[in-house]
Design a protein around this ligand. Sequence first.
Ligand code: THU
Length: 135
Amino acid sequence: MSEQVHGDPWPRLLSAAREVMRRAYAPYSRFRVGAAALVDDGRLVVGCNVENAAYGVTLCAECGLVSALHAGGGGRLTDFVCVNGTGEVVMPCGRCRQLLFEHGGADLRLLTASGVRSMAQVMPDAFGPDDLDAG
Ligand code: THU
């Protein structure tokens, strides 16, 4: 939908992800990540990774992005990309795919190294909110 309304979303999202990547706090891994996504109301949300001396407390870039989604009024993610410290596209980790699935569902589009993929493709048969209803 957003592609039809706004044209190709990826140049803008890549630019935003690369910009926020520079604000990552990653003194331990030195692996900076920037993430950017479009929301179904047209907003753009971003996040960067924030590490911690207690390593396991680290917040992935996607955590910040999802927090920004809700802090800015909520909505559904439609298009997502994340990049590493050299600005190349990287895949969201497994935990963050779960996080993105909750807020974008199976139709969320992700720009990956192998092209645009849906969440259903990168996390088939995902566990999600509907499964709680079925229990
Ligand atoms: N990281 C993210 O921010 N998102 C991902 O999807 C993968 C990993 C961060 C966590 C940590 O700060 C660094 O990358 C190295 O794992």
